[in-house]
Design a protein around this ligand. Structure first.
Ligand code: FMN
Length: 367
């Protein structure tokens, strides 16, 4: 088991001062066009300096991939000055800044896209209320989106980030290419499992090549994924283990599991014997560091995650207590703030959109 306070050095040389990471969390605070706001900078500044790394909210790499209002943008050079401020704000006291790169695919709507139809691997709507049917991407557009991830990586380097994380989780575009629900293509980009992985293969190879050819020092590339889908057809844990095995041989610096609870077990009968994170860790077999996540509330939980992962990512607990990490590193779990009142909102720099999300997710913690 790794000690929470122990450092970790990634393949590309970047060193984290400890094993705690702020999980990527959208702030819904950027300007309408994706430019970072000063309120948003305050949100990050309040929570940084204690953890080893801080992964930003999802940042949109392409205009057609905007997921929601208030989302960060990285699809044009005009975002670089704001992103530079954001990177500088995070990089206090040796905390490393990772920009999460995102495309929403079918998980957006024409209102957010100002009249444009959402795009996806296939013209299949997501199974959620009021989901719009997307337009299937043509091959030239797929290549253009892959290019936009590479350009976003170049911008992250220019803005002074320490790395990028490819958001292949939570049902967004990258996952949509891997999913047999959203990807029903019959060309090179869909069909068999091997073909459904092509977009991810090209994406990871493209982005890591940009980093390695840029000459930047100590800049890392991570990949986030969700282990299963509930739709039928949908991604099963067996598919994910195939993907993880493949990604573990790529020139990536880490893999990051996305789960609501680190203790979760699979929905597949063949993988019920132990928690999902253990199957993932066994498949990686030491080839890359793994970040575990999901309902980590105190130091005890974080240590439990480090029994099967190399790093622990913390989301909501750090929204509620910006100094959660230092308390945990000091073994002061009893000092962690666990309750919120509406009067705390300004102090915590939490926007309306995110406050509502917290209320929905953790009503017992909100008074
Ligand atoms: C308000 C909020 C926003 C989130 N935004 C993102 C995001 O932009 N990208 C992402 O990969 N995950 C996002 N997540 C998921 C978190 O990274 C994390 O996996 C999840 O909250 C579970 O961790 P926790 O129990 O410590 O909060 C978000 C979660 C919350 C609560």
């Amino acid at each position: 088991m790794s000690n929470l306070a122990e450092g970790l050095t990634f393949k590309r040389g970047l060193r984290l001062k400890n094993r705690l990471v702020v999980a990527p969390m959208t702030t819904k605070m950027s300007f309408f066009d994706g430019i970072v706001t000063n309120d948003e900078i305050d949100y990050y500044a309040l929570r940084t300096g204690e953890v080893g790394a801080f992964i930003t909210a999802a940042a949109n790499v392409h205009k057609g991939g905007k997921g929601w209002d208030g989302e960060l943008g990285v699809y044009d050079d005009r975002f670089i000055p704001g992103l530079s401020k954001l990177a500088a704000a995070i990089k206090k006291n040796h905390t490393k800044a990772i920009l999460q790169l995102f495309h929403g695919g079918r998980m957006t709507d024409s209102k957010v896209l100002q009249g444009a139809q959402p795009v996806a691997p296939s013209a299949i709507a997501a199974e959620r209320p009021a989901a719009e049917t997307p337009r299937a991407l043509v091959e030239e557009e797929i290549i253009e989106i892959l290019e936009s991830f590479k350009q976003a990586t170049e911008r992250a380097i220019k803005a002074g980030f320490d790395g990028v994380e490819l958001h292949g989780a939570n049902t967004y575009l990258i996952q949509q290419f891997f999913s047999p629900h959203s990807n029903r293509r019959t060309d090179d980009w869909g069909g068999s499992l091997e073909k459904r992985v092509k977009f991810i293969d090209d994406l990871v190879d493209g982005v890591t090549a940009v980093v390695d050819q840029s000459g930047v020092k100590d800049f890392i590339v991570g990949y986030r994924f969700s282990p299963e889908e509930y739709e039928n057809p949908g991604i099963r844990l067996s598919d994910t283990l195939f993907l993880v095995d493949r990604l573990a041989d790529k020139p990536l610096d880490y893999l990051h599991l996305s789960m609501s609870n680190y203790r979760n077990h699979s929905v597949s009968d063949e993988f019920k014997a132990k928690p999902i994170i253990e199957y993932i860790n066994e498949t990686i077999n030491g080839r890359l560091p793994l970040i575990g996540v999901g309902d980590i509330r105190n130091g005890q939980d974080a240590k439990e995650v480090l029994a099967t992962a190399d790093l622990a990512a913390i989301g909501r607990a750090i929204l509620i207590d910006p100094h959660w990490a230092q308390k945990v590193l000091d073994d002061q779990d009893h000092l962690i703030r666990t309750e919120l009142s509406h009067y705390d909102r300004d102090e915590l720099h939490i926007s309306n959109g995110v406050w509502g999300f917290l209320e929905g997710m953790m009503p017992e913690r909100l008074k």
